[in-house]
Write a protein that binds this ligand. Structure first.
Ligand SMILES: [Zn+2]
Length: 396
């Protein structure tokens, strides 16, 4: 059901949790990631869990069958540069294009590709170039492009405690927004890290930076603890101090059962050295793909509305309808929970894609709809009687 609406993005933008990575360059201390845990985001994420799980299933089945997940989906990005962000020799628009290109390499297997919707805007700010977390709220009222992920670049970025931070996903209702320090935009992994947060990934060490993970090395609680993803090994929270120049973990910490941690020092969502971070796991990819499927309509078309009101079905028998199987594993789907009596009371149905294009329509006779001609992907099925409508999401 299309129950995620305007508040969805606000609540989910940063299911990211945690606050600081402590990755370091060879000689200098690197800035930390500025995402902070928000229990409301986490709670709301759980309400999307069912949809996300269905899309994860679709992602994995497509991989298993070696079928393309679907064609690559292109996601618009709008860059806004605060005074001083791209003025230096190496911090220029060409470098931005290079960063997006590298991001796309890392997201190819997720099925997502990013592109610049328009050239970067320039935001002239007062003499100060110190950008403190939270300042984006004001900027987003005057510099924001609907229908794109907005990335604000600033020469310096600090949190409330005035520590330098690298970036974060901003939590503003109805807005898709990432803030990044310029230097982090141009390293090898921070943009992908923040995009991972934007697409619902947590740090591999989990939601809390202040204490060690409760995820066990044996994986027995991997679905609930740590980052809630099972193919990322338990991670005690990495730092420069326990990663050597060969990206090897040198720590000796043990979990609650006494097992030594073997974290993934190459994981983009870890606090490993930024230069080491170069990969997402398959389940992380599935999670990002799935999350994007659940929010993309709202993200890409924030001003459009499907021809339905979600309250329409509340007073009718339609709200008890369910679709089975979904994802559709056969050539037809069944409408359950609606009593078909004759052609007069048959449900009308319309199948549309996320762009709102009508793919097929007709009367749902005998509660069965043939979907054999649909390509793999996700669709909306609008079911209606003379007096009510309801929308169901369908995965083929
Ligand atoms: Zn982070």
């Amino acid at each position: 059901m299309l129950e995620f609406k305007s508040y969805t993005l606000f609540l989910f933008l940063a299911v990211c949790i945690g606050s600081s990575f402590s990755c370091h360059a060879q000689t200098t201390v690197e800035s930390s990631c500025g995402n902070t845990y928000n229990i409301a985001q986490s709670t709301h994420f759980k309400t999307l869990k069912k949809d996300i799980s269905a899309y994860e299933y679709a992602y994995h089945s497509a991989k298993t069958s070696k079928r393309a997940t679907s064609s690559l989906e292109r996601i618009p990005i709008q860059i806004h540069t605060v005074t001083g962000a791209i003025t230096s020799k190496n911090h220029n628009e060409a470098a931005i294009h290079k960063s997006i290109s590298h991001l796309n390499t890392l997201f190819l297997d997720v099925g997502l590709q990013f592109y610049l919707l328009n050239p970067p805007t320039r935001i002239t700010t007062p003499e100060t170039t110190l950008f403190q977390k939270g300042a984006e709220t004001q900027l987003a009222t005057t510099h924001y492009t609907r229908g794109a992920i907005n990335i604000y670049l600033t020469p310096t970025l600090v949190n409330a405690a005035h520590d330098n931070i690298c970036g974060y996903v901003a939590n503003i209702p109805n807005k898709a927004l990432i803030v990044m320090a310029t230097e982090c935009m141009f390293n090898a992994s921070s943009l992908a890290h923040e995009m991972g947060h934007f697409l619902a990934l947590m740090h591999t060490h989990g939601s809390d930076n202040t204490r060690s993970t409760t995820e066990l090395v044996d994986g027995s609680n991997c679905a609930t603890d740590g980052d809630g993803i099972c193919d990322t090994p338990a991670d005690p929270q990495l730092s420069h101090a326990v990663i050597n120049n060969f990206c090897e973990y040198t720590g000796t910490l043990t979990d609650a059962k006494g097992a030594v941690f073997h974290p993934d020092t190459y994981n983009i969502m870890s606090y490993s050295r930024k230069a080491c971070r170069s990969q997402f796991t398959t389940q992380q990819k599935a999670r990002m793909f799935a999350y994007y499927q659940t929010v993309k309509d709202e993200l890409l078309n924030p001003d459009s509305h499907l021809p339905v009101s979600k309250t329409d079905a509340k007073e009718t028998p339609l709200h008890t309808l369910s679709i089975y199987p979904n994802p559709a594993t056969k050539n037809s789907i069944q409408i359950k929970g609606y009593t078909y009596m004759n052609a007069q009371n048959a449900l009308s149905y319309t199948m549309i894609n996320y762009r709102g294009q009508m793919l097929q329509k007709g009367k749902a006779l005998s509660n069965t709809i043939n979907v054999s001609q649909l390509a793999a992907g996700s669709y909306f099925l609008i079911l209606e009687t003379a007096s009510a409508k309801i929308v169901k999401k369908i995965i083929r």
